[in-house]
Design a binder for this molecule. Structure first.
Ligand code: GLN
Length: 558
């Protein structure tokens, strides 16, 4: 019999905080998610929290070219794309309780003050803001019944905007010194490819943490190449660590290789020992197999993503479509093919319609979600080309709405058909604003007000969608204000469109498709299937799309 007092003793929750040094974009999200996967493989229950330092209350109002994709959770929370990384790596759904921004924290504190929640006390930035942060992290861990909660602090140490989050770590550490682990993800630049990896910026990042009253317990040193012993010694000596606490985190071919790579350098053991966790020896067999499958796939399937959120100055930025990219990869893994993803700027088809011929080089085309008028006619032209040429097509949200517009214009001869998002006065509003959205827009009430999160849909028997899912009822995540206009559903159906998924009350068209006899794969979804696709649970529609793309012989140009 275990000692009664001991068995009754509640296990302490362990908190891992992940911060970034030197520069942004060092891969804190993927590193946090990979640490989570490693701990999960050791039988621990893990959850993750993301802190965004922005004053925006959520990510819903942020421009994707600036902030990357807006990820949506089941409960409708619009959040940072890293929440998608956590869900994919941990293979579990998170909630709004696992996400916070500076704006949401301040808003909660101010709202509480307004309702006398502080009982007439002076409410101050310190300690009340960090206390609210600590409270949220603790609640997230309790809600998930987690052994370990991994919290990623957005931004880079040394900048002003995440100071209060670091203060929260410091305050929590005073109370629970043995339950906190601080990880710094740093970067080692090189002047030339064959030159020494420089450790000084990392040393400065640690000094910035020290100035905030914190000392990292582990440093994950991101670099182009693996770290040599000399570099590890140097970082360890200058940053008050032991050599084995400096982990080499070189660039890898696929993000899904990272858990295995981290384990090679002993991340799991270091964390388990430092936090005094009782955990079994980890096995990352599933992750290894995933990597092997990706490396050994022979046939290359080229997928073009037609969008507009690509350019950032002189650079191509693909962060706006990260979940789409990952979902294509998951579908490819399931279909046993190697995906090659290419970016197609839709505006080129507006300037030069002859460029549409270039689409023949693709095995499949995706038009992902989007808003506004820029590039829309180019997208519609690309969709029409795929339809006529039998190129597998997958439209996600806007990509579905525009497929309906294209069909109405070209096949049903409603030449001026459009979505009222772009042309409010069109004679054929085949896509129209959801009735409940009209009032919100009139009031400029934009934040968190779209049709958001998980909604159920029922599938039509015998459809491509029903065959892919293998079930009759599904739940998918949404983010939109417009929908197929119910007044046009009958005419579209008569003209050949199959609405293979609808809301249970049949009011909203959730999936459109063309019959197999007409086209090898032409499917559009009002929801965002990419948000639910995971490496160990690929989304059925992405699997079906990749299989169709793999089976589609490239057409010769017209
Ligand atoms: N702009 C469209 C709407 O609001 C599509 C949104 C999206 O693609 N996420 O309905």
């Amino acid at each position: 019999m275990p000692h009664p007092s001991r068995s009754a003793k509640k296990k302490n929750i362990k908190y891992i905080f992940v911060t970034g040094g030197v520069m942004s974009g060092v891969g804190k999200g993927i590193a946090s998610a990979s640490i989570g996967a490693i701990l999960q493989s050791r039988g621990l229950s893990v959850t993750a929290v993301k802190i965004d330092p922005y004053v925006n209350v959520d990510a819903g109002t942020m421009n994707p070219t600036e902030h990357g994709e807006v990820f949506v959770l089941d409960d409708g929370t619009e959040c940072d794309q890293d929440m998608g990384n956590y869900e994919r790596f941990l293979n579990k759904s998170l909630s709004g309780a696992d996400y916070m921004t500076t704006g949401s924290v301040y808003k909660a504190v101010i709202d509480r003050e307004r309702s006398m929640g502080y009982g007439g006390k002076c409410v101050e930035v310190v300690p009340h803001i960090p206390l609210e942060i600590i409270d949220r992290i603790t609640r997230a861990a309790q809600h998930a019944a987690a052994d370990v909660v991994i919290t990623e602090i957005g931004g880079t140490v040394g900048e002003y905007q995440n100071v209060l989050f670091l203060e929260a770590v410091r305050m929590l550490k005073i109370k629970h010194p043995e339950d906190i682990l601080l990880v710094l993800i740093s970067y080692l630049p090189m002047m030339n490819d064959d030159n020494e990896q420089k450790t000084k910026p990392t040393q400065y990042a640690v000094r910035a943490l020290n100035a905030a009253g914190l000392q990292p317990d582990l440093i994950l040193a991101r670099a182009k190449h693996p770290l040599d012993k000399k570099r590890k010694e140097k970082i360890a000596f200058n940053c008050n660590l032991r050599e084995e606490d400096v982990i080499s985190a070189p660039d890898v071919g696929s993000v899904y290789d990272i858990p295995v790579n981290f384990e090679k350098d002993g991340v799991g053991n270091r964390i388990v020992q430092k936090l005094g966790l009782s955990a079994r020896r980890g096995r990352l067999d599933g992750w290894r197999l995933l990597g092997k499958k990706a490396r050994t796939a022979k046939k290359t399937v080229t997928i073009g993503i037609v969008g507009k959120y690509f350019s950032s100055g002189a650079f191509v930025l693909t962060d706006a479509y990260i979940s789409v990219i990952e979902a294509v990869k998951h579908g490819a893994l399931a279909a046993g093919v190697k995906p090659q993803i290419e970016w197609i700027d839709s505006e080129q088809f507006e300037k030069n319609p002859a460029a549409l011929k270039s689409l023949d080089a693709y095995n499949g085309i995706v038009v992902p979600g989007g808003f506004g008028s820029r590039g829309v006619e180019g997208k519609i032209a690309a969709i029409g080309y795929c339809r006529r040429r039998g190129i597998p097509y997958f439209g996600l949200c806007y990509g579905m709405q525009l497929a309906v517009v294209e069909y109405a214009r070209s096949v049903l001869k409603m030449r001026s058909a459009h979505t009222t998002e772009i042309d409010a006065k069109t004679a054929h509003p085949v896509i129209d604003i959801l009735p409940e959205q009209k009032k919100l827009m009139a009031e400029n009430n934009y934040g968190g007000t779209m049709r958001l999160g998980a909604w159920p849909a029922v599938l039509a028997k015998g459809s491509i969608a029903a065959a892919a899912y293998g079930v009759g009822k599904i739940s998918e995540r949404h983010r939109h204000r417009y929908e197929v206009n119910p007044e046009y559903v009958g005419r579209l159906q008569k003209g050949g469109v199959v609405f293979s998924g609808t809301s249970p009350d049949a009011r909203l068209m959730e999936i459109m498709e063309l019959p197999k006899a007409v086209h090898p794969f032409f499917v559009g979804t009002q929801f965002h299937p990419e948000l639910l696709s995971r490496p160990f649970a690929p989304h059925p529609l992405f699997v079906a799309f990749m299989k169709a793309a793999a089976g589609c012989i490239k057409k010769k140009s017209l």
